[in-house]
Design a protein around this ligand. Structure first.
Ligand SMILES: O=P(O)(O)OC[C@H]1O[C@H](OP(=O)(O)OP(=O)(O)O)[C@H](O)[C@@H]1O
Ligand SMILES: Nc1ncnc2[nH]cnc12
Length: 256
């Protein structure tokens, strides 16, 4: 097996612990759902470099936590996008101190329990990418495998899994990267992507941006053009979008 390994650049700043965590011994607290903790101050946004190219972003002040722009309202055929995003953000559980102390873990498994919110999530991405001539959706293990395939099927693109080391059986290229809580590596099958293909990278969350950076590097080394990266959640305080080599990032929800 041929394995070429490259190391992504260090993140500009790693995770800063939250100012107060009420329950440091337990990972789960209370929530509107009996079994879920309360949502953090999640801010809803569809801002991305791609949007900025189309329409200047102008918050219209619906709420201190909801930042909409004119372009947000034009991205959906019936202007129903923001209620959908509002609902999606309430379905994401925040688990303090997982997988280690100080991390506020954004848990999308609770979003998956709600078929409407899960479908709305996929639909929002499909509406954005269906006419963008994308031939490859590259999903990042593991949670990018949940959102990537339904998007790929809906827009008529192939799905390419970007996997953790030693999971793919064929010849691979590899990229190492630095995480919010450790180091890791992504691999892609040689031949899965052809030169000049237009690729979308999908994951559940961008934190430091190291994972997306590694994914972009893999696709570009194969000769593909990375059109955009798409995630459900961004942790903007970690400035991950600054590590994406100038590629646009589209997200549904910001978490602080
Ligand atoms: O922007 P970054 O700092 O690179 O972090 C984001 C990545 O971290 C999480 O995956 P994780 O590595 O925890 O793996 P998992 O999906 O297999 O749990 C998340 O699903 C992203 O892939
Ligand atoms: N805070 C977080 N929640 C969920 N996944 C993550 N990956 C990196 N940071 C994360």
């Amino acid at each position: 097996m041929l394995s070429l390994s490259f190391l992504c650049s260090e993140p500009p700043s790693l995770y800063k612990p939250p100012q107060s965590i009420s329950d440091s011994s337990s990972r789960v607290s209370t929530h509107p759902f009996p079994f879920l903790p309360p949502p953090q101050s999640l801010r809803v946004t569809s801002a991305s470099p791609a949007n900025k190219l189309k329409t200047p972003r102008k918050p219209i002040g619906l709420s201190p936590f909801l930042h909409y722009s004119a372009s947000d309202f034009t991205m959906s055929a019936c202007n129903g996008e923001n209620p959908r995003i509002d609902d999606i953000k309430t379905k994401i559980r925040v688990v303090p101190n997982f997988p280690k102390p100080g991390i506020m873990f954004q848990d999308i498994t609770t979003l998956l329990l709600d078929p409407k919110a899960f479908k709305d999530t996929i639909d929002l991405f499909v509406e954005r990418y269906k006419d963008k001539n994308i031939s490859v959706v590259a999903g990042i293990e593991a949670r990018g495998f949940i959102f990537g395939p339904p998007i790929a099927l809906a827009i008529g693109a192939k799905f390419v899994p970007l996997r953790k080391p030693r999971k793919l059986p064929g010849e691979v290229i590899s990229e190492e990267y630095v995480l919010e809580y450790g180091r890791d590596c992504l691999e892609m099958h040689v031949g899965a992507v052809e030169r000049s293909e237009r690729a979308l990278v999908v994951d559940d969350l961008v934190a430091t941006g190291g994972t997306l950076c590694a994914a972009i590097n893999l696709l570009e080394r194969a000769g593909a053009e990375v059109v955009e990266c798409a995630c459900v959640i961004e942790l903007p305080d970690l400035k991950g979008r600054e590590r994406l080599k100038g590629k646009p990032l589209y997200i549904l929800v910001e978490a602080h």
